[in-house]
Structures are given as C-alpha cells and as structure tokens.
Design a protein around this ligand. Structure first.
Ligand code: SF4
Ligand code: SF4
Ligand code: FES
Length: 232
C-alpha cells in the first residue's frame, strides 16, 4: 500500500464536483486520483515548466488563490480548477532587427502602458517574482533589470490572468531578456575564438577518435578528467 493509502481522506471539489482524496497529494495527483487524465495543463511535474497553473478557493474564504498544481498540496474543502491554455498576446519579431529600448517593448506590447501598478501580478506569481517591478522597469527601458527580475519566470500565465491592464507580463519579460542578451550583454571574446577554431576543423580529428572509441576507452578518459577536476 502506498503512502496515500494510509493518509486521511479529505473532500475537495474539482470543477464543482466533490471527491475524496488523500490529504498528502498535490493538486495534480489529487485530480488524477479522482479519475481525470491530463492531456494538457501538466508537464514536468517538478515546478519547472509552468504548465500546471491552478486557481482555487477554500470553503468560507472569499480569497481566490493560485499555485502550481504539481507543487501545491490539497487542503480540505478546496474548490479547484486548472487554467487551460491562456490565449495571450504574443508578438512575432526578428530579434536581430530590434533596438534594445523601451520603445521597442511598447511597439510590440503597447498594453505595457496600461499598467496601473495594482501589483495583482506579483501577488499571484507562484515564483514570488516582483512582476510589477519588472513591468515598471520595462516601461523605463531598463532591460538588464527586467532580465534579472524575470529570470525565473515559468511562463505559467497566472499573472496575465489577473491583470486589469490586459498585459502579458511573461511575454514582455522574454522579449526584454532576448533584447538584453542579443544586443547589450558584451560578447565573450574567448567564445568567439573557440567557435572559429571549431569551424576551422581544429577538433575534427579528436572528435572522430572519440566517435570510434570503445566504451572502456571513453570511461577511462572520463575518469581521468574527473580525477583532475574533483580531488577527494
Ligand atoms: S497586474 Fe497588470 S496592471 Fe497590475 S501591476 Fe501587474 S502588470 Fe500592472
Ligand atoms: S511572472 Fe507570471 S508567468 Fe512568470 S511565473 Fe510569475 S505568474 Fe507565472
Ligand atoms: S507540471 Fe511543470 S510546473 Fe507543474
């Protein structure tokens, strides 16, 4: 019998219908335990992909709560539903041709200027990101700050679902990170040199030797490298 077999059963409501589930389950597992099968709204199951954004309330509390279904454990009398694919505005662009400025962000996402500073996006973010702050930095064209503040965004869509300004914060964040990475971060000179060496065939012979090597040879060479890098 698994751990859930010994756990106390609690009542939850999935899209209005009552189910009894072990209290130790995550929302994702509880929905499956109740007989549903995910064909969307579920991905990595490890809090990384952002596919499982969920909205819920608990009985007697007016507050609408949200979280990642794969990371949030069920509570008694929880009313829940998954948010489906969110039909968010997503601009199409060629990053090579864009200027790394606030004007570019506003050209592709004019709704950025509709942000009224309500902070609903930061409150709902399961990553606890300062979403309103990065939106404010985006308006000012502070791309490095947007990149920093939005770096751990999972693209779960919950912020956009609550925004009275109709913003799609995560798509603005990713455009800012791309602009920053492509146009503002200094190129690494060593990397350029190494790429040129590879293109000139400097490692072709060694690569062919490795491709043809037996497993034992690969293992021996790997262990030698580790001995160099990981002293006891
Ligand atoms: S929810 Fe929308 S309007 Fe409110 S602070 Fe965030 S981006 Fe601005
Ligand atoms: S910023 Fe928005 S899309 Fe990104 S993790 Fe937070 S709520 Fe999800
Ligand atoms: S399934 Fe990937 S974050 Fe939950």
């Amino acid at each position: 019998m698994g751990e859930e077999g010994k756990a106390r059963l609690i009542d939850i409501y999935i899209m209005g219908k009552k189910y009894k589930v072990p209290e130790t389950l995550t929302i994702l597992k509880a929905i499956e335990y109740s007989g549903y099968q995910f064909i969307r709204g579920c991905g990595c199951r490890g809090g990384i992909c952002g596919a499982c954004g969920t909205v819920y309330r608990t009985a007697g509390d007016y507050k609408l709560k949200s979280g990642l279904a794969c990371q949030t454990v069920v509570e008694p009398e929880m009313y829940l539903t998954q948010i489906p694919f969110y039909p968010a505005n997503k601009a199409v662009y060629d990053i090579e041709e864009l200027e790394p400025t606030a004007e570019t962000l506003i050209e592709y996402y004019p709704e950025l200027l509709r942000c009224m500073g309500c902070n609903a996006c930061s409150k709902v973010c399961p990553q606890d990101l300062e979403v309103m702050e990065y939106m404010s930095a985006a308006m000012k064209g502070e791309l490095e700050r947007v990149a920093e503040l939005s770096f751990e965004c999972l693209m779960c869509g919950l912020c956009a679902s609550r925004c009275p300004g109709e913003n799609v914060q995560y798509n603005i964040g990713i455009l800012a990170r791309r602009l920053y990475a492509r146009h503002l971060v200094p190129r690494a000179p060593d990397l350029k040199e190494r790429v040129e060496e590879i293109q000139d065939g400097m490692y072709d012979e060694e690569l062919q030797r490795l491709i043809k090597a037996k497993d034992e040879e690969i293992e021996r060479r790997y262990n030698e490298t580790q001995a160099d890098r990981e002293p006891d």
